[in-house]
Design a protein. Structure first.
Length: 269
């Protein structure tokens, strides 16, 4: 009786996965096998392995790597110091609150900040420098992306650091380990699950960015997400757009497998 009840309880979840996960992916795969006229073809997959799309794929991975690297570089020490503060939950909340704001609004805010007549150029002019066009550059794109993804990286790292058993750190220091050695041999390995989770929630979305690339970087940065948008909305080639989406899904699955978590000791139970 209990087995039947448990199976029936899983039925809504199975339906949800079937209709909102499996069915959309199957539809994307189906459209990837059609040309612009609706005829069955493998030409879209052949076209993806041409120099244009391979270069675009490498560019997407490069920008995703830069965004993830700088986000981690800022987030890990921030999360570490948050765990040492008195009101750490309050400070964490203040960091997370900006992520509740609509992404489009934040992007337009940076357009105003980086614009020729924005506050950043006004500050530069105080020191006698001419205003600079800071929009539509690689630096502005990476900077805005890092700012947007920082809360998503901090949260899993903070949780890992907060659960870390402090007696392990005390033991390492008592045994003569330096602060750097303690961090390298004790703290970092035991918080690697949080780092991997942060990499997942930053690197994977960074691969498919398209709105920030349009508004902040203009046409200087072309990613897989931008290519999908162009194929669906501009050229109306749903087959090629779906093909790029198929490879993007494969890349995401591979990244999730690489950064998969394994349970480790060292946490307070």
């Amino acid at each position: 009786m209990q087995v039947k009840t448990s199976k029936s309880a899983l039925f809504p979840y199975v339906l949800w996965i079937a209709f909102f996960v499996i069915a959309p992916i199957a539809l994307v795969v189906y459209y990837s096998l059609l040309d612009i006229h609706g005829n069955f073809t493998f030409d879209n997959y052949k076209a993806f392995f041409t120099s244009v799309y391979l270069k675009m794929t490498l560019s997407s991975f490069w920008y995703a790597f830069l965004i993830t690297f700088f986000t981690l570089l800022v987030s890990y020490p921030t999360a570490y110091f948050l765990t040492k503060t008195k009101y750490k939950q309050l400070w964490l909340l203040l960091i997370i609150i900006p992520s509740w704001i609509n992404l489009l609004l934040k992007t337009y805010a940076f357009i105003g900040i980086f614009g020729l007549y924005g506050p950043l150029n006004a500050f530069i002019e105080v020191f006698g420098f001419d205003p600079k066009q800071m929009l539509f550059t690689d630096i502005s794109f990476v900077f805005v992306s890092v700012y947007i993804f920082i809360p998503f990286m901090i949260l899993p790292i903070f949780n890992s650091l907060d659960r870390l058993n402090p007696t392990l750190i005390y033991a390492a220091r008592d045994l003569g380990a330096s602060a750097f050695t303690t961090f390298r041999r004790v703290v970092l390995p035991l918080t690697m699950d949080g780092v991997k989770s942060g990499i997942q929630v930053v690197f994977i979305p960074a691969l498919s960015l398209f709105m920030i690339t349009r508004l902040i970087a203009g046409n200087r940065v072309i990613t897989l997400g931008t290519a999908i948008e162009q194929q669906f909305l501009v050229t109306q080639n749903w087959g090629m757009g779906s093909t790029i989406a198929v490879f993007l899904i494969l890349f995401m699955v591979i990244i999730m497998l690489i950064t998969g978590q394994k349970d480790k000791g060292g946490r307070v139970r």
